[in-house]
Unconditional design. Sequence first.
Length: 101
Amino acid sequence: MGTPEKINTYQRTLPFVEIMDSTLRDGEQTNGVSFLPHEKLVMARKLLSDVNVDRIEVASARVSEGEHEAVSKICAYAQKMGLLGRVEVWASLMADRASIG
């Protein structure tokens, strides 16, 4: 594995494969697995900055206060580092028939 400097300056050539990590979202669907907000931030920092994955799925911010906190911390870090475009936050929208028309 290269150094972070080498990884971050690597020039892709076509065709290439993008890596999306879903550990922070999908991993918690495993029985008995639950991450605290600061644990998610540590993992997100490693995945984005050290491993240099192309995208990460972090969670749905509406699931719980803990998820909202984790998403906020991860997005703040990613924005500070110029990596916010590589963070995916799950969302769901619901409407009742009366509001649709």
